[in-house]
Design a protein around this ligand. Structure first.
Ligand SMILES: [Zn+2]
Length: 701
């Protein structure tokens, strides 16, 4: 489940394809051109007019920020964005090469990759087929005779729209609620079904409930957007408008009963196990048995219901709202979840609201990028093999593996050295660390897509079959032992994650490229960049959420009460430090929401620094000896750390992130971290009283 998987970078709350929509004048990437240039570490790019001890982010990033405005079709731009584009260009070349092959010469997997691409890129065909593909579903909703049928319509929607099994936080296009497979909180060896809150079209409950002018303006635009989408599907204008009103009322009621993002960070709040009879009692008017049959879920004696209150409220909504209102809601869910893969008119309308209003994009991504992103989602491991072969040599995997192991050793030493933990808790922490599994680059076993039919003649059908394939694959985990070797990100993804229940840290090949991992750079730079990412994920297993799970991934308190108290006190310092009003976004950064990420950033960089020091010592070098560029290894380390965070973010995106995303903004990821560290002050000779030397410095790991 998403909320127990914690990543390094922002998770785009609406999945990228909503933003990545086609443009009427596609800016085609020429296949003859090489992928765009990647950023490499360059210490000469600092702003010499700024004192690193006053504002290290500005010192390191000012010139980058000036030189790299957000491209019109992006919502933020940083080193990771450039790498993302580079990875997509590599994938693009791969699919073009496959698509150019004679049909008879293609392998079965190449047939799928080539046909998916052809259908996705064919806008004329999409125009002819998209709405017709949805027509039977829309008619089925129109013909509903009673609210008892809601369950099977929802099952249909979950089977044909990607992501119902893994709602983001909170669920977006999962109609009504999310349903998937998750390890039992108390016995991760067993995978059981899970019902999660969901049903809302906006990124989170705050978007419905806040009453400031900006929030109200977004709601007004949202309602107009819902109406326009219904109009595009053929509803008369007046009916579409009253239907949009009903949709907004229903979703607002769902938002009111949904658990907020801060509460959802505490796994204890999600840990509600029930038998089917108990689940049914939460919402007797929703036919759970019919739903489970509809999605073909394997039987289970136990279910997790992450937020029972949400389902109690669904019962009231089913009773109180008219069948006509429910029809409007279900149609809207079908359209909203499909729009980004439909014809131009839907794609454009989806972009106008999601891309522009929620995230601030000025233009849509070109068609080729949208299709690469969709294909990465739907056939990611087929494409991923080619990506790895082209972009991730075995030597890189070996070196990164070594760095990961060095950082884990550094955490072992840090646990031993901490003066606030008792020997009992230290022993448990070591046990957990020893059981952590490191996954680097790509899966050991590639996914078999042979059961997924892909045809060249209807893109939306392909997308719907791929969603059903994935939903089915997820549900088939129920009743089976947990597979810790599985990846939830595709190889070209520029991100990394820790999963508390599998006790794994995962680094897709896509992030192991410059400027994160750069074989042309020395250790100080690589430890400062990818080392900090690895440290971040390693610490996630020991942040305020991760520490509640043991080495087997079970939710079990292995801390003595005194040690837990000492931990929380240190955590309070971090929480307070990051709770800050962000004037450029007009909202507050919530230190409770970002607590885990901040703990991971602050602890992770220490692991990287300790590991670098040990590596240098082994070679007879020291952190403070100067290199050819006149900088010490310690200085290069911190500059590389800041370098991966230089970014420009659109204000709309910033606001959405601050409300919903557990990561702090990049400026804080740099300045708060370094100002907590005497080791940074030493690197740049900062002294007490300067902004980058914090009076009440926080230190947990
Ligand atoms: Zn993280």
């Amino acid at each position: 489940m998403r909320s127990l998987v914690v990543c390094f970078a922002w998770v785009c709350l609406f999945c990228s394809e909503s933003l990545a929509q086609t443009t009427t004048a596609p800016r085609e990437h020429n296949s003859e051109q090489p992928p765009p240039a990647l950023d490499h570490f360059d210490a000469s790019k600092v702003a010499t007019s700024i004192d690193p001890c006053t504002d290290f982010y500005e010192y390191s990033c000012h010139r980058w920020v000036q030189d790299n405005p957000v491209p019109p079709d992006e919502i933020f731009w940083g080193a990771s964005g450039k790498l993302q584009l580079w990875n997509e260009a590599v994938l693009h070349q791969t699919v073009l090469a496959i698509a150019a092959k004679q049909v008879a010469e293609r392998t079965p997997v190449e047939q799928k990759v080539g046909d998916y691409w052809a259908a996705c890129m064919d806008e004329k065909q999409r125009k002819q087929t998209a709405l017709e593909t949805l027509r039977p579903g829309l008619e089925r909703i129109d013909h509903m005779r009673s609210k008892a049928e809601i369950a099977e319509i929802v099952a249909d929607l979950h089977l044909s729209i990607y992501g119902a099994w893994n709602p983001s936080d909170p669920a977006t296009y999962a109609a009504l609620f999310g349903f998937g497979a998750q390890p039992d909180f108390h016995d991760t060896a067993n995978v059981i079904p899970q019902f999660d809150q969901g049903g809302m079209g906006l990124p989170g409950r705050d978007f419905y409930l806040k009453t400031d002018a900006e929030s109200l303006a977004i709601l007004t635009k949202y309602k107009a957007h819902v109406a326009r989408m219904l109009e595009l599907s053929g509803e008369p204008v007046a009916r579409a408008q009253s239907a949009a009103e009903a949709v907004l009322n229903l979703e607002t009621a769902m938002a009111k009963s949904a658990m907020d993002v801060v509460k959802r960070r505490d796994p204890k709040n999600l840990d509600n196990e029930m038998g089917l009879a108990e689940v049914e009692k939460l919402a007797p008017n929703f036919d759970f048995a019919r739903y489970l049959e509809g999605v073909n879920a394997p039987p289970s004696g136990k279910f997790i219901v992450t937020s029972p209150e949400f389902f109690r409220s669904l019962e009231r909504l089913i009773q109180d709202e008219s069948l006509a209102h429910w029809k409007s809601y279900l149609k809207w869910q079908l359209l909203a979840g499909s729009a980004s893969q439909m014809s131009d008119d839907f794609v454009q309308e989806d972009f106008e609201f999601v891309g522009k209003t929620l995230f601030g994009a000025k233009a849509m991504l070109p068609l080729w990028r949208r299709c690469v992103q969709a294909e990465d989602r739907d056939l990611g491991q087929a494409l991923g093999q080619a990506y790895v072969a082209r972009a991730f040599p075995a030597a890189n995997k070996e070196r990164v593996k070594q760095i990961v192991q060095n950082l884990e050793a550094a955490l072992g030493s840090d646990i031993d050295a901490s003066d606030w933990m008792s020997p009992e808790t230290k022993k448990q922490a070591h046990l957990k660390l020893a059981m952590q599994v490191d996954k680097i680059g790509y899966p050991d076993h590639w996914r078999d897509y042979s059961a997924l039919e892909i045809r060249p003649d209807n893109h939306l059908e392909n997308v719907r079959r791929a969603a059903a394939f994935e939903f089915h694959r997820q549900l088939q985990k129920i009743g089976k032992p947990l597979d810790r070797s599985e990846w939830t990100m595709t190889p070209p993804t520029v991100n990394a994650y820790e999963d508390a229940q599998t006790n794994t840290i995962n680094f897709p090949a896509g992030i192991l490229e410059p400027p994160f991992y750069d074989p042309t750079q020395d250790d100080s730079v690589n430890y400062g960049a990818v080392g900090a990412v690895i440290g971040h994920e390693t610490i996630h297993g020991f942040d305020d959420q991760g520490r509640k799970f043991d080495g087997s991934g079970n939710l079990r308190d292995w801390w003595t009460s005194t040690d837990a108290q000492a931990y929380d006190q240190r955590g309070d310092c971090i929480r307070e430090e990051y709770t800050e009003f962000v004037p450029e976004a007009g909202v507050q950064q919530d230190g409770r929401l970002t607590q885990g990420e901040n703990t991971a950033d602050n602890g992770g960089i220490y692991l990287a620094l300790f590991a670098l020091e040990a590596d240098l010592q082994a070679k007879g070098e020291a952190l403070d000896s100067k290199g050819q560029d006149g900088l010490t290894a310690r200085q290069r380390f911190f500059l590389a750390y800041a370098g991966i965070s230089c970014s420009n973010v659109r204000p709309e995106m910033m606001r959405t992130l601050l409300l919903m995303d557990p990561h702090p903004l990049d400026k804080y990821r740099v300045n708060n971290v370094v100002s907590n560290m005497p080791e940074f002050a030493q690197a740049f000779s900062c002294h007490k009283g300067q902004p980058m030397v914090r009076k009440n410095a926080c230190r947990l790991w």
